[in-house]
Design a protein around this ligand. Sequence first.
Ligand code: DCS
Length: 290
Amino acid sequence: MKFAILNGEIIERSEAKVDVEDRGYQFGDGVYEVIRVYNGKMFTGTEHMNRFVKSLDSIGIVLPYTMEQLTKLLEELVAKNNLQLGTIYMQITRGVAPRNHAFPAENITPSLVAYTKEALRPLESLKKGVKTIVTEDIRWLRCDIKSLNLLGNLLAKQKAAVEGCFEAVQHRNGNVTEGSSSNIYIVKNGVVITHPSDNLILKGITKDVILQICTSNNIVVKERTFTLDELANADEVFLSSTTSEVMPIIEVDGKRVADGLPGTVTRRLQEAFEQEIEKQCGALKDKTLN
Ligand code: DCS
């Protein structure tokens, strides 16, 4: 039997139901997080919690639990579901109220939902790399909020999917912003370049780990915008996310990146990223470079 969290309680997953007038369901009026679990332990759990609270703050929802309470609940959920390798999905919406765009006048209780999923590491793709397409970034101007409103992201990902590609690299006026569910990087002459963490992208937790790894490994990293032209002429391209880790990109819009194999800087980052996982969560059975 699997369990889920509904409004602060761990209950049978099949019993976890929300009201038809939940504002998350009707308006996407809420925020979410996806947290990776390795060896039954949350990776960068605190960082995800902090971003969750930041997203909530930016749309005026007050977390009805302390960070400690919520973390403890998630740990209990992971243990009850016997999750070793997988993800936690967690979301909070403004709550249930008669449908009206404006926020409800009286204080309503935000709805919290969380559940877990078993998920292997995408080792084959991590080893071989993935294909991508380029598409226009048609999303709103607060992509820094991890909002439930993901239509722009979904349309981009679907475009990639019908082309048999893993991810859509989005751009605004020729400047690469991010993937539909990942951050995007190029490497040129040994320098790692990625979009600054402003309102146009989600500040990835994985991105933060990668930036720290670069700094401590003397890999030069620059947070600046880069163009589609730079993308097309990069020595290496990769993406990052909670579920994809450090994922080499070997093709963009049907054109190979360099020689079409994962690059050396990407490989170094993958190795260092796995070391960071092991530091926080213990030994990994399978590694990318094995
Ligand atoms: N950009 C977008 C738009 C994302 O949705 C994500 C993660 C990222 C960047 C990378 O952020 P993290 O490194 O913190 O994961 N998206 C999550 C999701 O929706 N599923 O898995 C990860």
